[in-house]
Design a binder for this molecule. Structure first.
Ligand code: GLC
Ligand code: GLC
Length: 815
């Protein structure tokens, strides 16, 4: 079992100690409008707002070797050529370390007594990436070497950049001024932005033509200029512009040289575009480079990244959790993942190319559940943006582009779970903040230009949409799909060139989803509570009526004997039922019926969870999505049956839906089960990294299940709804600190042997220091709650009315 690294919890870092990890292990920089992704070998790229429309540097996905483009430094010393991050040359290093931290990565490589450190980050609020570079002579002799920097510029629009060579080979343009390279392709026409790639130190040469620096018949592992030890000062006219700088260093024994390289997206704003014909106005670029030429400014910018994260994380910290995996995930990495999923939805990662999907309607609503405590104001705006992509009849654009905030017409709508998720995100926002004004914010409908209908209107429209679109069993119609994008009951596709997601006519179809019914229960129950909080009791009882009706329908139509049926297909045949040959039991309907409150009084909920335990769960990998996997393609089921058994939606372990089952166990006070299940998908708890392969610090979307030939193999890390939901599981369901309309509700569900734990939670301007003790070895039930020494009834901490900003809470379990 190879060891690739370890957690450094006190620094909130994951330390990678060998570069050849089983897959590239990625990290993100930036949390405002500018983002970078970097692997442990410095692979990755950088973009402003939108990885499709404003990409600064090139990245070729699915390359071999994998992860082959990035922000590289080459060292040439005598005959030897190496990279501190090992790639692309893969020259053997004497030492290697990559510390992935929150919003930064620090790669350090050492060879022949020379140590090069590359610290990469994006300062808060800025549209630029900084690489702080330190070169150290660790020997007792003077050393001479040349350092080369390298990025390849992308012509901003990533798809065109990679496909339209008859044009792109002729449009590339750069300017060079001192130590700065300006990439300005398409600037003369409609762009008002450019890329700056500048070095804060005097350089000894540069290249901007890839053919000159790398060579047409060479590769990044042996770039011509580096091999020759000399840049050619090339200027790119068309073809492929790059940024490469040469820095010659003579270092005394023990000497260190430090400087920075800045990669910036510069918008000209109102400045004149040109100084003279063909000569770009570079005022802003010069200003940026001058500012960062002071290393104190670089260091202050890095500290700002760290301080910002510490301040965000101080909102929720659980320092004394008896389980190390849960502790580090909930305190650090899970929150980092929530930041990434909030910002990027499913757009840009090591597996999402930044070109295909933008922001997902259901995805982004769920991402808010794990993010809203960090920056509620941003969650607020996101909710309104999402709502604006809904149509007046309640349908939603399934995805939208972050730059334009407009729905993607290619995929369209008709995913019938989409509208309901808006209710979950809105309620989560109001529970966190108490801010009801969001409900009156005008957001309008995408197909009603100029409309100003408020958010609450959208919420009612969403409820109405589900009610109006029901099938023969009075269950909600599924449309193209529900949460399970691959359960395409209306697509009937026999044509390999069409998309399962959009094929098929959903008009007039009868296919129904029990998962949506469960989600409807959950959403309406949330809304009933919200209306009560608003004092609108009539609306509350109106919605309660819908809840009761749907609950009755679910219990009458969807109980299969030992679990909840998953759906009914276009011919009204059950799916996820004992009568099926394959796909007898699905996870989503168990999860959502239980979460929505079905099966509470008749024992079905518990039975449904037990069925999950029996047929879907393994402690090593978690729960498979369904059982048994489909061994053949079924056109009446769609994409779910297209995957080989044990992968993705065809009975892979889809981490996202596992989290709902975790919540289910906590509803029944099953603290042992909840933690055991939590750990079964927890990346930090994965033992054999050669099997799991994905990053140990963030969740992957999918793990190959017990039904696959490669069980335990993680895939598609970072951008998954598992991020948000796992944080909800750990912070709210297990540790039990739940934001509620009138205050924090305390309702932990823990293993009996836990003696206690503590949580520090900032909530509506007050810091709560919560100590939970468990003297009677119970899993659930608050026996007593003391607020600043005063015992109170119930388990909701009332908001202080006397201006106190720090409150001490003592919780004793054991009711
Ligand atoms: C992907 C999609 C998500 C969907 C899930 C299950 O993760 O982003 O929207 O719910 O797959 O199909
Ligand atoms: C595929 C994937 C699913 C994803 C969808 C996005 O169907 O299996 O996970 O949500 O593509 O369009």
């Amino acid at each position: 079992m190879a060891n690739y690294g370890h957690f450094d919890d006190s620094n909130r870092e994951y330390v990678i100690t060998r570069p050849d990890t089983p897959l590239p292990w990625l990290n993100y920089f930036g949390q405002d409008e500018f983002f970078g992704m970097a692997t442990q070998t410095a692979g990755g790229y950088t973009f402003w707002k939108d990885a499709k429309l404003r990409r600064l540097t090139r990245y070729r996905y699915n390359n071999n070797p994998m992860d082959n483009d990035g922000r590289f430094l080459y060292v040439k010393q005598g005959k030897s050529v190496w990279n501190p991050g090992w790639k692309p040359t893969r020259t053997k290093l004497d030492a290697f370390e990559c510390r992935h931290g929150l919003g930064y990565s620090r790669i350090t490589g050492k060879k022949d007594g020379i140590e090069v450190e590359q610290l990469m980050f994006i300062p808060p609020g800025e549209n630029l990436e900084v690489w702080k570079i330190s070169v150290r002579n660790k020997t007792k002799k003077p050393q001479k070497l040349s350092l080369f920097s390298y990025v390849e510029f992308c012509f901003f629009e990533a798809l065109n950049d990679m496909t339209n060579y008859q044009r792109t080979y002729s449009i590339g343009e750069v300017e060079i001024e001192g130590s700065a390279i300006y990439h300005k392709t398409e600037y003369r026409e409609r762009r008002n932005h450019y890329t700056l790639f500048g070095c804060t130190r005097k350089i000894d040469g540069y290249d901007t033509s890839r053919d000159a620096f790398v060579g047409v018949h060479h590769g990044l592992h042996d770039p011509k200029a580096v091999m020759a030890g000399k840049c050619t000062n090339s200027r790119a006219f068309g073809w492929n512009p790059v940024g490469a700088q040469q820095i010659n260093l003579s270092l005394k024994p023990g000497q260190e040289e430090t400087f920075a390289i800045i990669l910036a997206y510069v918008d000209q704003g109102d400045l004149p575009k040109f100084d003279s014909p063909m000569v770009m106005n570079k005022t802003k670029g010069r200003e940026i480079l001058a500012r960062y030429s002071d290393m104190k400014v670089v260091d202050a910018a890095f500290n700002a990244v760290k301080e910002r994260w510490e301040s965000l994380l101080s909102i929720y910290q659980a320092p004394k959790v008896p389980n190390v995996h849960l502790q580090r995930m909930v305190n650090t990495w899970n929150q980092a993942q929530c930041m990434a999923t909030f910002n990027l939805s499913r757009s840009a990662s090591g597996y999402e190319t930044g070109i295909g999907r933008g922001m997902g309607y259901r995805d982004s609503n769920q991402d808010i559940l794990g993010f809203v405590h960090l920056l509620p104001a941003r969650a607020r705006q996101r909710i309104l943006d999402i709502a604006s992509t809904q149509l007046a009849d309640g349908t939603c654009f399934h995805q939208y582009q972050p730059l334009t905030k407009k729905g993607n017409a290619d995929i369209g709508g008709g995913f019938n779970d989409d509208p309901l998720w808006l209710i979950l995100s809105t309620c989560a926002y109001i529970r966190e903040t108490g801010d009801l004004t969001i409900l009156n914010e005008p957001c309008g409908y995408a197909d009603k230009p100029g409309s100003k209908d408020p958010l609450l209107h959208h919420i009612e429209t969403s409820i109405q949409y589900t009610l109006n679109n029901r099938g023969p069993h009075a269950l909600p119609l599924i449309g193209h799909a529900d949460w399970n994008d691959c359960l395409n009951l209306n697509c009937h596709s026999k044509e390999p060139n069409e998309s399962f997601q959009t094929a098929g006519d959903i008009a007039g179809s009868k296919a129904e989803s029990v998962m949506i019914a469960g989600l409807f229960l959950y959403a309406t129950r949330d809304l009933v509570k919200l209306y009560h909080f608003m004092g609108q009791t009539q609306d509350a009882s109106r919605i309660q009526g819908h809840y009761d009706d749907m609950l009755k329908t679910v219990e009458e139509q969807a109980w299969d004997g030992a679990w909840y049926t998953r759906a009914f297909d276009a011919e009204s045949k059950p799916i996820g039922s004992k009568v099926c040959k394959e796909g007898k039991i699905y996870i989503e309907s168990q999860a959502w019926c239980v979460l929505g409150g079905a099966g509470q009084n008749n024992g079905r909920a518990k039975k449904a969870l037990q069925a999950v335990d029996k047929y879907l769960y393994t402690p090593e990998h978690g729960c498979a999505l369904q059982y048994p996997p489909y061994s053949t393609y079924h056109s009446e089921l769609g994409e779910v049956s297209s995957y080989p058994p044990g992968y993705k939606e065809n009975a892979g372990v889809f981490s996202h839906n596992n989290t709902w089952i975790h919540i289910g166990w906590t509803m029944f006070g099953e603290g042992e089960k909840a933690l055991e299940y939590y750990l079964s998908i927890c990346p930090s708890a994965k033992k054999d990294h050669d099997v799991y392969r994905s990053e140990p610090y963030v969740y992957a979307q999918m793990t190959a299940s017990q039904f696959s030939p490669t069980p335990g193999e993680g895939k598609n890390s970072w951008l998954t709804g598992t991020g948000a939901w796992s944080f909800v599981v750990a912070s709210q369901s297990i540790l039990g600190v739940q934001p509620d309309y009138t205050g924090l509700r305390i309702d932990p569900c823990i293993p009996k042997k836990w003696k206690g734990f503590s949580v520090s939670r900032k909530f509506r301007g007050v810091t709560y220091s919560i100590e939970v003790t468990n003297p009677k070895s119970k899993s659930k039930g608050v026996k007593s709650l003391k607020i600043d020494g005063q015992k109170i009834a119930g388990n909701v901490i009332p908001l202080p009315t006397d201006g106190r900003t720090a409150v001490k809470v003592e919780v004793t379990l054991g009711a």
